[in-house]
Every structure is written in structure tokens, then in C-alpha cells.
Design a protein around this ligand. Structure first.
Ligand code: PLP
Length: 437
């Protein structure tokens, strides 16, 4: 077997030199399992990067991709169209919260966020409120890596090297281990943190703020769930001050919480919602922004007939192959009931299994909802903020892919996971965590 040359590829969000010294290469995948070159089987307890919701290498999706690439691989999406994009859009909005009836396509979560921020600015201008140009995000929020996304995002290393090019301020995050440790489901404490929004509106002035953007639960920030009533209160304050509310559902969408979208699960409807990842089961890159009629109509009506209403779009918006993959993904979600599966017995099994680790000395919190969860570890001095990475590396060696974020191990298994597989994940992690020092 020839040595793999790892020189040319500059890997994203990876310590390149560490990785290249001992590459962890995945050779193939099937269902919830990954296989390395030696054939070793690893459970993918993170569904890739929170995205392979229906499990890996689903042949129905592969067939749809192949067929579409042979029929219409690409055609201009500016000033021309292809039927599948319209059919797919009509189908997608059957799944979204009430009123979010329009969809704008990009290629990733980052592009969905960028598009949503620009739609917010366009909307404010269109209705004569052009002074509303700033955004409110939240600490620990992850909204991708483009300039708008890092500005509204709240993960310091992601923007510290690049400044904050889009005007933004941030709500405090809602992670409160002291008061909420080992909560099952939504935390009791922290509703008052929503009042941060009122404070920021008073500080900046509502006439400066275009929109508020939050993830219903923070994923890449370490699985931080919203305190009970928090999202409703954010919605109320937005309404009171005429601010748009954007939910970034790139992770929380497509069945992760037990409903198609977290906004439905927690009964709070945003004005816009971003999506990516599970939308195509991560097989072909695709991002989407779902927009309510009020925003769409305002932007349309403000432009003269015959003029482009929104100067924005991507060569690959509504790419035919991505649409085909998305359609096939929806077929699987529907047929297998995956978008609500996490609200049933499997979600309860997941919760009980994760919380069974609470007896371990070095576990200081377990958080869960639907089929997502985090195990917060007590990090030794010197490894604080990095202990999750160490645990994740050991878990990989032991046969489980779990994501290290700060001092936590975070997981979001494919929605097809079975109870016995959850038991294997948790039993493996018990060994790994017990042996950590
Ligand atoms: N928004 C959220 C909530 C995310 O979790 C992510 C990625 O993890 C993104 C946006 C960015 O998505 P992408 O990596 O596809 O650009």
C-alpha cells in the first residue's frame, strides 16, 4: 500500500501538523458506521458533522444523484430555470413552520446565513428602514465562517483573526452548568437571559437593528439548549421592536429535536430560517433560507417591474444534482418517519443512556434533547477548554466518533440509530471517560 501524501491539502478547522503526523482516514461508510483503511468499524455518533441524518451511503440518494447528473447536470439559474428546482422548493416548504413559504438556495450553511443577513438588510431598505443595518447574535452561536456569519457568531477564535466586518452585538449564551447540570430536556433556569435583547435594543436603538439571529439550540457551541420559555420571550421582544427573527436551523433542523424543525418542536416561528446539512443528508452541498411571505412580498414590491429585486445568488443555487439529492432525502425521511423519530422511544433511550454516565467522577454535566447530547467533563488544570478533544481522540481509538468541543463530548447520531447501538456508544464512552486523566 503506497504512503498517502498529505502535503497539498490545507485542512479546515484542523491542527494540520498534528493530523498529518498521524492521519485518521475514513475509507467508507454505511448506515451509522464508518470504516477505516484496515476495515476497523467506528460508530459515527455525530452523523458526520451533524448532517448524515438518514445514515451514510443511502442507495436511493446515490441513484437519484447519478440519474440527475446524466439528465441535466447543470443549467444557468440566473434568468433561466429547471423544473426540479421549483418542484423541490414547493415540496420543501411543506415541512417548514407556518408562513415560511419561500426558499432561497445557496450551497452551505454559511451561504444560507449570509443570504439571510442580506435578505434582512434588503427587507429593511425595501420598507424604508435603511438605518436598520446591525444584527444581534449570541455568544457561543455558530453561523458559519463567512464575514457576516463570523460577525453574528459568538465563537471567539472564529472572528478574532478577522475582525467583525458586519456590525453586530451579542446576547449572552445560556449555558449555566451551576444551575442546570444534568437537566433532561430544556433547562429550568435562564429565561431571564432573554432580557439581554431588551437591553441591547435600548443600548443601540431599535432603528439600528435589522434582525436577531440565534440557533434554537447552539450546536457547535457545545450543545447548549434554550432555557424553558427563552425562545418565546426572544420572539416577543423582536415583535415589540419590529425586529426580524432568524433561526439558524442548520443543525437543529431535519429531525434532530423530534420535529422537522426546532421552531416547530418549541413552537416559536421565526421570520426566516436557515438550513443545510441534513437537507440532502449531506450527500451534495446545499443551503437554504426559508422566508415568510411578508419579507418576500416587501422585497418584490419595492423593485420596479422588470428589475432584479435582490442582487444576490450563487452559480450553484438550486443545483440540479443537489435538488435531486434533496428530493430523495425527503423520500427517506417520509418513508422511515425519521423527522419525528427522535421524539419517540429512541429519544428516551438516548436520554437515559447518556444520563447513565452521570455517576462518573469526571462527568460534571449531561445535556440532551431529541437525538442530540453532550457530556461535559471535568478538565484537569492545563487542559481546560481542550479536554473534549482529548476524549474525542480516545473515543475514536475505541470505536466511536464523538465531537470534542471545549471540555465536552458532543453527539448527534444518525436518526436511524437503534437502541443497542446507543448502548454500544455509551458503554464505550464509559470506558474512555473512566480512563481519562
Ligand atoms: N450554521 C450552523 C448553526 C452550523 O452549525 C453550521 C455548521 O456547522 C453552519 C451554519 C455553517 O454551515 P457550513 O459549514 O455548511 O457552511
Amino acid at each position: 500500500m503506497s504512503e498517502l501524501n498529505t502535503n497539498a491539502f490545507w485542512m479546515p478547522f484542523t491542527p494540520n501538523r498534528t493530523f498529518k503526523a498521524a492521519p485518521r482516514i475514513v475509507e467508507r461508510a454505511e448506515g451509522i458506521y464508518l470504516y477505516d483503511k484496515s476495515g476497523r468499524k467506528i460508530i459515527d455518533a455525530t452523523a458526520g458533522l451533524w448532517c448524515s441524518n438518514a445514515g451514510h451511503c443511502r442507495s436511493e440518494i446515490a441513484d437519484a444523484i447519478s440519474e440527475q447528473a446524466r439528465k441535466l447536470d447543470y443549467s444557468s439559474i440566473f434568468n433561466f430555470g429547471h423544473e426540479l428546482s421549483f418542484e423541490y422548493a414547493e415540496r420543501l416548504v411543506q415541512y417548514t413552520p407556518d408562513g415560511l413559504n419561500r426558499v432561497f438556495f445557496g450551497n452551505s450553511g454559511s451561504e444560507a446565513v449570509e443570504s439571510a443577513l442580506k435578505i434582512a438588510l434588503q427587507y429593511q431598505r425595501a420598507r424604508g428602514k435603511g438605518t436598520r443595518t446591525m444584527f444581534i447574535g449570541r455568544e457561543k452561536g455558530y453561523h458559519g465562517v463567512n464575514f457576516g456569519g463570523i460577525s453574528v457568531g459568538g465563537i471567539a477564535p472564529n472572528y478574532q483573526s478577522f475582525g467583525q466586518p458586519v456590525k453586530a452585538n451579542h446576547l449572552r449564551h445560556t449555558l449555566d452548568i451551576e444551575r442546570n447540570a444534568f437537566t433532561r430536556g430544556l433547562p429550568e433556569h435562564g429565561l431571564e437571559l432573554a432580557e439581554d435583547l431588551e437591553r441591547l435594543v435600548t443600548f443601540h436603538g431599535a432603528d439600528q437593528i435589522a434582525a436577531v439571529i440565534v440557533e434554537p439550540f447552539s450546536g457547535a457551541g457545545g450543545v447548549v439548549l434554550p432555557p424553558k420559555g427563552y425562545l418565546k420571550r426572544i420572539r416577543e421582544i423582536c415583535d415589540q421592536h419590529d425586529l426580524l427573527l432568524i433561526f439558524d436551523e442548520v443543525i437543529s433542523g431535519w429531525g434532530r429535536t423530534g420535529s422537522p424543525f426546532a421552531s416547530q418542536e418549541w413552537d416559536v416561528t421565526p421570520d426566516m430560517m436557515t438550513s443545510a446539512k441534513g437537507i440532502t443528508n449531506a450527500t451534495v452541498p446545499l443551503g437554504a433560507v426559508f422566508v415568510n411571505d411578508k419579507i418576500y412580498n416587501t422585497v418584490m414590491d419595492a423593485a420596479a417591474e422588470g428589475m432584479v429585486e435582490f442582487f444576490h445568488g450563487y452559480t450553484y443555487s438550486a443545483h440540479p444534482v443537489a435538488c435531486a439529492a434533496g428530493m430523495a432525502t425527503l423520500d427517506i425521511y417520509d418513508r422511515e418517519g425519521l423527522l419525528t423519530r427522535a421524539s419517540g422511544d429512541i429519544g428516551t433511550h438516548w436520554e437515559n443512556a447518556l444520563h447513565s454516565l452521570a455517576d462518573l467522577d469526571n462527568v460534571i454535566d449531561v445535556r440532551n434533547y431529541g437525538l442530540v447530547g453532550a457530556i461535559e467533563l471535568r478538565a484537569p488544570e492545563g487542559l481546560k477548554g481542550r479536554f473534549g478533544g482529548k476524549a474525542s481522540a480516545l473515543a475514536w481509538d475505541a470505536g466511536v466518533m464523538a465531537r470534542g468541543i471545549g471540555d465536552a463530548l458532543c453527539m448527534s447520531p444518525p436518526l436511524i440509530v437503534e437502541a443497542h447501538e446507543i448502548d454500544t456508544i455509551v458503554n464505550t464512552l464509559r470506558e474512555v471517560i473512566s480512563g481519562l486523566a
